[in-house]
Design a protein. Sequence first.
Length: 425
Amino acid sequence: MKITRHVNLTRGIKPFIISLALMLGIVSTTQAATTGFNQTAAGPWDYNTAGNWFGNTINGIWDTSLTNTVAQVVTFAADTSLTTGLTFNYAGNFALTLKASAAGANTVTLAGDIGLNTSGGSTANVTLGDASNHLNVDLGGVTRTITIATNRTLTVKDAVTNGAIIKAGTGTLTLNGSNTYTNGTTISAGTLIAGNANALGTSGAITLGDANSGSNAIQLSATVAAVSRPITVTNQGSGTVTFYTSGSGQFTGAIKLNRNITLLVGNNINFGQGGISGVGDVTIVAAGGWSVYFGALNGGGSANTFSGNVNILASGILNLGSGWASSVNLIPDSSTVNVAGTLIIGKGGNNETIDVLTGSGSVSLPTATANRLTIGSAGGSGTFSGIISGVGGITKTGAGTQTLSGVNTYSGTTIVTNGALLVNG
């Protein structure tokens, strides 16, 4: 007797197809997010497809209940006006990029703020925009707060328009676009990197510190171009305020101080060509032989009128005109200058006047003709134990006592018009 058996060959095909699709990223693997975006694979995923969101509700949230399994791309196929802001709190140590779905530019208009507090590792950062698939950000005509957690970075590669920005949180915001927003930029906490000459918009106040700054450190960085707009450092907050430069970055606009600042440089920086005013000390930190230049490299620039002292740390170099002439006062006459690093006073034969010279670093007077450092303008007293060199001279004025205890080698004349100059070297 012939027995015929029918074998179901399709039983194993469906699981195989599903497994293959998962490996290729054709279908998603999801952790049951309790709200917000609900895809964990690479994508690209369309932002405006409801099925990519928990409960088919598009709310702009990458929630803490979502664990990304790979670097993810989310795209916009058209200009989109959100009904919310954007919140990036997902788990998983992977980057997230939002960009246009094709070459060209689309715009996303915010209806709320932006927050970044991912719980993955150091690469769980977010980028808006792309070198070819541009995603511009419209702030919606109001002030948007962008809050970024410690050790996290939000990079906005394309144009930001229509409103104002408050940078909050101790993380980093990088603005690389030629931005046209006009209502101002405030750094309340953390770091803002200006990666474009117009990164901080075309108008509106640039303010460092506000009522919510507290003890948080604030840093404004220029990395590729000169920031020429005026900047105000407020007296709100007690954390350090740092200006950082690298590459071709400069701060050439007017700077108004209401507390102390630090200049941390990774290039030769032209700082405060528009003049430094207000009240506060200026501390200079530099590495690798880079210098901070007061005034303008071509001999122009405004006088610095701030009420405060200048501190040049051991790695720092403050150059007041080696190679160009400057007739304006680059260090205020009432300032104590504490030199642990190097102070260079060239100014093309023009004098510089301060109150007190202290520290143990070096002072160079490289220009002979009428190039003098005048000390004692406000009647102060102090001791400098470092070395003064060069072909310029020293003038002591004012009622105080200036002590020079180092082995000085300058060859210009020494003149005492008032007070006392004690030479113990």
